[in-house]
Design a protein around this ligand. Sequence first.
Ligand SMILES: *[C@@H]1O[C@H](CO)[C@@H](O)[C@H](O)[C@H]1NC(C)=O
Ligand SMILES: *[C@@H]1O[C@H](CO)[C@@H](O)[C@H](O)[C@H]1NC(C)=O
Length: 437
Amino acid sequence: MTTITSFFFFLLGLSSIFPVSFSTNILSLGKKNSDRLLSSVVFPLKGNVYPLGYYSVSINIGKGDEAFEFDIDSGSDLTWVQCDAPCTDCTKPREQLYKPNNNALNCFEPLCISLHPITNHHCKSADDQCQYEIEYADHGSSLGVLVNDHVPLKLTNGSLATPRIAFGCGYEHKYSVPDSPPPTAGVLGLGNGEVSFISQLSNMGVVRNVVGHCLSEEGGFLFFGDELVPSSGVTWTSMSHESIGGYYSSGPAEVYFGGKATGIKDLTLVFDSGSSYTYFNSQAYNSILALVRNNLRGKPLEDAPEDKSLPVCWKGPRPFKSLHDVKKYFNPLALRFTKTKKAQIQLAPEAYLIITKYGNVCFGILNGTEVGLGNLNIIGDISLKDKMVIYDNERRQIGWFPTNCNKFKKEGQSLCQPEGLFSILTENYQGYIRKIF
Ligand SMILES: *[C@@H]1O[C@H](CO)[C@@H](O)[C@H](O)[C@H]1NC(C)=O
Ligand SMILES: *[C@@H]1O[C@H](CO)[C@@H](O)[C@H](O)[C@H]1NC(C)=O
């Protein structure tokens, strides 16, 4: 879910107005880039690429410690949750909606101003609430009011932080596929714009301005702060300008297929955990699909247009049970970042194929031009999984390395119990680093 944000101004009936100052509370303001050792926050993730198509995290908000499920999206900044206000197209039962408590941000607050293009920021009176509207590349959208509330966070050093974080209380939603609303209560924006979760946490001195994820077929984990980032073994490439206050992008990149250059180059790539699949612009897409098809000549796979799971599918003599059965028929792809020596992302067949419930294999790279992405190329969950991906906003770099993102489970702990995860991190921290990396 990459965003192309635009904002409008409406008035709404979300209770009245209140002076709220944006304060950091318990945690003192830390200096950015100081040498002070900061802690990190780690959350377990749920989800998969197929059939679910998203990864989500459960985060508590407010004094009542109510948990909300958020779709994690490195392609956008704003975090929002469905709001218990007169609500259009909120899909959750009332008791699972966020209840605002006179905590809307004022229209003149810096965070509200940061959300709006200068020309579009019209505060009519000093009492106006901060309205937002966010629109995603898939044409989904959320409209609401920016509020702030305590978000209790267990830090890896054992402390509990309860920073006050600003996020959207969304009361009007549109979904990209109208009849299949997303099952999550909202979106967690992992971008690096001022309003994003990580920007706010790092401005308050809770963690360094580093965020990352490790996605697997069974979930994985998400982290804020730099403690999980190993000091060696990570491939880094620099973020490009587009990465400021928006999505994380890098490039230019060149595509290799089966170890050979394809002539497809100068691709700008956006790392988007909010997108289930990978998208290339029409030209690159056509070439890559042609290479994959050519390579299938003489192999026991035929087109399976009857399988509508994705635009391009193939069937074998018998239904496939797993990617293990088919990966020998496909070559690995690689994306080489031409400006950074030796920086490449390996895309094994598992990083661009799925096996559908019909036992066919489908191509998980899609035609971005067809869905209106223009020249943007998106690396989605299918290609991000089984890697730790790090967005280091302090050094303005994106890094990755292949790893088993289910390792927490192997420690005999369930990923669904933050407590379990937390104790591994605090009690066994050094050991954990060694074992995983
Ligand atoms: C843990 O780290 C936070 C900052 O990230 C700091 O404020 C807190 O004092 C630390 N707690 C301990 C026990 O060191
Ligand atoms: C990709 O989409 C563009 C725009 O809709 C279309 O012209 C092109 O033929 C598509 N490519 C393939 C291989 O379908």
